[in-house]
Design a protein around this ligand. Structure first.
Ligand code: CP
Ligand code: NVA
Length: 369
């Protein structure tokens, strides 16, 4: 059998694999929360018939190797693992030998000998690559300096769930896409409402959260409009390691990505406006310099009105949030999807755990194809 199917960035997945994870997230959510499905709908009936999500983690443990703080990702992983019949073992930076007395290589081998998966939140992306290289079990990136794949999955699930806010999707999907979905054993199609192609503006720092959007949204038909201080050639733009993947996947083709330095220009025609902190974990020493560089990048009603966003624009943020990047009016206002987005971290991480960790020994060849 091939080695374990690690998930370090969505750039490594095909479009059908991404769709499968999303539809499976919706399915898991409906089995665990049948009260959320519209009463009498097919989803409701199916959810009530099948109350338990997959138990693929039964008698299994997932190590949460977190060297940085986390609320959502940690709680989603711990509670999600329980629903899948297993357990998550939180191993913080102060708890284990990694980084002080033991190398990532030896740590990966030892933990992989006792646990069936590793969910790792690291500093430099090379650390999670090193774990994956030596781990005998699947390694999933829970956030690194470059990527945050499980966040983008939650963002996409949230957008699909709120598809009605954006108007009707084209009904005709290609036959091959439909056939691909039918092949998916566990996720009935009606659970993931179709979403029309969106214009998504990202105003802020080019960091891990944006990077997984860059390699995913254009492949799913959505256009990205990004503004960072200094624009594409500037200090706060995507690093080469990320842009190389964007180009490899042709996400920059066909106007898939527009990139400038002016936030107002970025939000032009935007159906969704997204931002993230200006000071990611590990960048605290640059706080003052960053706050100065990002002046004018705060997401406000005024910015989006003057920039010509779609009047019905919606707001998203991975959280945790500071007022620097978005004011209270937007963050707590009727356009804000931030808390449903946070809730969806659970179902999407469960979907990844079930597919990549719980079932890979049964289903690994199919998944990695
Ligand atoms: N969005 C996100 O990853 O949140 P946490 O850092 O709290 O896990
Ligand atoms: N870019 C942020 C995301 C936090 C979820 C960080 O890395 O701190």
């Amino acid at each position: 059998m091939a080695g374990p199917p690690h998930l370090l960035t969505l750039a490594d997945l095909t479009v059908p694999q991404i769709k499968r994870l999303l539809t499976h997230s919706a399915y898991l959510k409906s089995t665990a929360t049948p009260w959320l499905a519209p009463h009498g709908s097919l989803s409701f009936k199916r959810a009530n018939a099948l109350r338990l999500p997959s138990q693929s983690l039964f008698n299994k443990s997932v190590a949460l190797l977190f060297s940085k703080r986390s609320t959502r990702t940690r709680v989603a992983a711990e509670t999600g693992a329980v629903l899948l019949g297993g357990r998550a073992l939180f191993l913080g930076r102060e708890d284990i030998q990694l980084g002080v007395n033991e190398s990532p290589r030896d740590t990966a081998r030892v933990i992989g000998g006792m646990c069936q998966g590793i969910f790792a939140r690291v500093g430099d992306h090379s650390e999670v690559e090193e774990l994956a290289k030596y781990s005998p079990v699947p390694v999933v990136n829970a956030l690194s300096s470059l990527w945050h794949p499980t966040q983008t999955l939650a963002d996409l699930l949230t957008l699909h769930e709120h598809a009605a806010l954006f108007g009707a999707a084209e009904p005709a999907e290609s036959e091959s896409a439909l056939a691909e979905e039918r092949k998916s054993r566990s996720a009935p199609k009606d659970l993931l409402p179709p979403l029309r192609p969106l214009t998504v503006a990202y105003v802020g720092d080019s960091a891990n959260v944006l990077h997984d959007m860059l390699v995913t949204f254009p492949r799913l038909g959505h256009k990205l409009r990004v503004a960072t201080p200094g624009g594409l050639g500037g200090k706060y733009a995507a690093p080469t390691a990320v842009w190389d993947r964007v180009v490899e996947l042709e996400c920059d083709k066909n106007d898939g990505i527009w990139w400038g330095a002016d936030p107002k220009e970025a939000v032009k025609g935007a159906d969704v406006v997204i931002t993230d902190t200006w000071i990611s974990m590990g960048q605290e020493a640059e706080a003052e310099e960053r706050k100065a560089a990002f002046q004018g990048f705060q997401v406000t009603e005024e910015l989006c009105r003057e920039g010509g966003a779609n009047p019905e624009w919606q707001f998203m943020h991975c959280l945790p949030r500071k007022k620097n990047e978005v004011d209270d009016e937007v963050f707590y206002g009727p356009r804000s999807l931030v808390f449903p987005e946070a809730d969806n971290r659970k179902w999407t991480i469960m979907s990844v755990f079930d597919t990549v960790i719980g079932k890979w020994d049964l289903d690994g060849d199919r998944w990695t194809k």
